[in-house]
Design a protein around this ligand. Structure first.
Ligand code: HEC
Ligand code: HEC
Ligand code: HEC
Ligand code: HEC
Ligand code: HEC
Ligand code: HEC
Length: 361
C-alpha cells in the first residue's frame, strides 16, 4: 500500500505529460489493465494495477517514471510471475504462428483479423497470442529490422527500435493489440484511394516516413493507392470476392508479413523482409527476389500452380489455380515470377508484389 501511495505522487507529478489513456478509460479496457487477465508481474499488487510496472521508488530503484526496470524492450520480457512477453512456452504465445482458423469470423467486430478467438470474441491472456513470436525472434538482428534498423524513429534505453513505435503500453487508440494507429482487417479497404485500415504501416512506409529510411521502403503506400496506381492489382488487389474479402479490396500486410520477425515455418530458418512464417514453404526466404525456388515456395503458399499443386486458403477464400497458358505457372516452372510480374521498387508506380503487373515479359 505504501508504494502505491508513493506511486500516486509520481503520477500526479507527471500528469501534465501523460496522455489521456486513463482519463478516457482505454487503460482499464486494454489487455494490460484487465483485473481478470491483465498484467501480473508481482503478487504484491492487484492484477492489472499501475504498480505492476510502476512500483515507485521503494527498494532503492530509481528508474524513470518509477518503472520496475529500465524502459527498454526487455521490460516486456520480464520473467517474473506470468513471464509476460518472453519466449514460448514459458513466456507467451503457444498459439504461434497464427492459422486461418484464428481469423475473426464473419459477423464479428473485425472479420479476417488474426486473433485467437472463440466464436468471434477475443480470448485474452499472453498464452493465447498468435502473432507475437517471442524475444529470441524479435532480437535476431539479421532478420528483425524493426528491432535493429537505426532508422526506427523511437529507440529504447539500449538503442534498439522500441515497441512504442507501434504499441501504446497504456492502451492505444486502435481497435486491436494495443496499437497506437489503425491496423485492421480487409473489410473497408475496397473504398477510397488509400487504405486507411493499414495506416499504422503507412505512417512510416510512405514518402513521409522517418528520416534515413530506404527509398524502396517509402513507396509502399503508393502501391496501395488507386489514385497513384489505378487498376485492380494495386495493393495485391483481389478481384474475386468471397468470405472476408470484398471484391476490390487490397491484401492486408499481415497476410504476408509479421512486423516482429520470423523463425521460418516449423522453425526451419528465418525469412528476410519480415515475411511471416505461418505457411509450409515460408522458411529460409533469404533471397526471394532472385531465387526461383524461394519465390515459388512463397507464392504457392496461397496461389495453386497451374498443375494444381500448393495453394492455401487466405482470408477464407481459395485462390484459383494460375492460368495454364503460361508454362511458368506450373509448380516446377523455370522462370521467376518477378521476371513477368515485377521486382522494381524504384518509384511510386513501379511493379512488384505490392502492385503486380499483368504479366509482361
Ligand atoms: C505494462 C507496464 C505498465 C503498466 C501496467 C502501466 N504503465 Fe505507465 N508506463 C509504462 C512504461 C514502459 C512507461 C514509459 C514510457 C512509455 O513507454 O510510454 C510508462 C510511463 C508512464 C507515465 C509517464 C509519462 C507518459 O506519458 O508516458 C505515466 C504518468 C504513467 N506511465 C502512468 C501510468 C498509470 C496511471 C498506470 C495505470 C493506470 C500505468 N502507467 C500502468 C508501463 C506501464
Ligand atoms: C513496427 C510495428 C511494431 C513494433 C515495433 C512492435 N509490434 Fe507488436 N504488433 C504489431 C502489429 C501490427 C501487431 C498486430 C498483429 C499482426 O500483425 O497481425 C502486433 C501485435 C503484438 C502482440 C499481440 C499478438 C497477438 O497475437 O495478439 C504482442 C504481444 C506484441 N505485438 C508485442 C510486441 C512487443 C513486446 C514489442 C517490442 C519488443 C512489439 N510488439 C513491437 C506491430 C509492432
Ligand atoms: C515507426 C515506423 C515504422 C512503422 C510504424 C512500420 N515500419 Fe516497417 N520499417 C521501418 C524501418 C525504419 C524499416 C527499416 C528499413 C529502412 O530503413 O528502410 C522498416 C522495414 C520494414 C520492412 C523491410 C524489412 C527488411 O528486412 O528489409 C518491412 C517488410 C516492413 N518494415 C513492414 C512493415 C509493416 C507490415 C508495418 C505495419 C504493421 C510496418 N512495417 C510499420 C519503420 C516502420
Ligand atoms: C502478397 C504478399 C505481400 C503483402 C500483402 C504485402 N507485402 Fe510487403 N513484401 C512482400 C514480399 C515478398 C517482399 C520482399 C520483396 C519482394 O519480394 O519484392 C516485401 C517487401 C516489403 C518491404 C521492403 C521493400 C524494400 O525492398 O525495401 C516493405 C517496406 C513492405 N513489404 C511493406 C508492406 C506493407 C506496409 C504492406 C501492407 C500495406 C505489405 N508489405 C503487404 C510481400 C507482401
Ligand atoms: C497470402 C496469400 C498470397 C500470397 C503469398 C501471394 N498472393 Fe497473389 N493474390 C492473393 C489473392 C487472394 C489474390 C486475389 C485473387 C483473386 O482476386 O482471384 C492475389 C492476386 C494476385 C495477382 C493479381 C491477379 C489479378 O487479378 O490479375 C497477381 C499477379 C499475384 N497475386 C501474384 C502473386 C505473386 C507473384 C506472388 C508471390 C510473390 C503472390 N501473388 C503471393 C493471395 C496471395
Ligand atoms: C513468362 C511470364 C510469366 C511468369 C514467369 C509468371 N507469370 Fe503469372 N501471368 C503472366 C501473364 C501473361 C498472365 C495473364 C494471363 C491471363 O490473363 O490469362 C499472368 C497471370 C497471373 C495471375 C492472375 C491469375 C488470374 O486468375 O487472373 C497470377 C495470380 C499470377 N500470374 C501469378 C504468378 C506466379 C505466382 C508466378 C510464379 C510462380 C507467375 N505468375 C509467373 C505471366 C507470367
Amino acid at each position: 500500500m505504501r508504494s502505491l501511495t508513493k506511486f500516486t505522487v509520481v503520477v500526479v507529478a507527471l500528469s501534465g505529460v501523460w496522455t489521456s489513456a486513463v482519463a478516457d478509460g482505454r487503460y482499464s479496457q486494454s489487455p494490460h489493465g484487465s483485473s481478470m487477465t491483465g498484467v501480473l508481474r508481482s503478487s504484491d499488487y492487484p492484477r492489472g494495477s499501475c504498480a505492476q510496472c510502476h512500483k515507485g521508488h521503494d527498494g532503492g530503484n530509481a528508474y524513470p517514471f518509477g518503472l520496475f526496470q529500465e524502459n527498454s524492450n526487455r521490460l516486456c520480457f520480464s520473467q517474473s510471475m506470468g513471464g509476460c512477453h518472453a519466449d514460448r512456452p514459458a513466456g507467451a504465445t503457444s498459439g504461434y504462428p497464427a492459422q486461418e482458423s484464428d481469423r475473426m469470423p464473419l459477423g464479428s467486430s473485425d472479420p479476417g483479423y488474426f486473433e485467437f478467438n472463440s466464436g468471434g470474441v477475443r480470448v485474452p491472456g499472453p498464452h493465447n497470442l498468435v502473432r507475437w513470436p517471442g524475444q529470441i525472434i524479435w532480437e535476431n538482428t539479421a532478420f528483425s529490422s524493426h528491432y535493429s534498423d537505426p532508422d526506427m524513429p523511437l529507440k529504447d534505453a539500449l538503442g534498439f527500435g522500441s515497441c512504442d513505435n507501434c504499441h501504446d503500453v497504456h492502451g492505444g487508440s486502435a481497435l486491436h493489440d494495443m496499437l497506437d494507429t489503425t491496423y485492421s482487417g480487409i473489410v473497408g479497404s475496397q473504398t477510397g484511394f488509400t487504405t486507411d485500415n493499414y495506416l499504422l504501416c503507412f505512417t512510416c512506409h510512405s514518402v513521409n516516413g522517418p528520416v534515413g529510411m530506404d527509398e524502396s521502403s517509402r513507396y509502399i503506400a503508393d502501391y496501395y493507392d488507386r489514385s497513384v496506381n489505378p487498376g485492380t492489382r494495386t495493393g495485391h488487389g483481389l478481384s474475386h470476392g468471397g468470405s472476408f474479402v470484398p471484391s476490390g479490396a487490397r491484401l492486408p500486410c499481415y497476410d504476408c508479413h509479421n512486423p516482429h520477425g520470423s523463425e521460418g515455418y516449423n522453425g526451419q530458418g528465418s525469412n528476410d523482409y519480415l515475411l511471416s512464417d505461418q505457411r509450409p514453404g515460408w522458411y529460409g526466404l533469404t533471397n526471394i527476389k532472385e531465387d526461383n525456388i524461394q519465390v515459388r515456395r512463397f507464392c504457392f503458399g496461397c496461389h495453386p500452380s497451374s498443375d494444381r499443386q500448393g495453394g492455401g486458403t487466405v482470408e477464407g477464400i481459395n485462390p484459383r489455380p494460375l492460368p495454364s497458358e503460361i508454362p511458368d505457372h506450373s509448380f516446377n516452372g523455370a522462370r521467376h515470377c518477378y521476371d513477368c510480374h515485377g521486382r522494381d521498387y524504384s518509384g511510386p508506380s513501379a511493379n512488384n508484389v505490392h502492385n503486380p503487373s499483368e504479366g509482361e515479359d
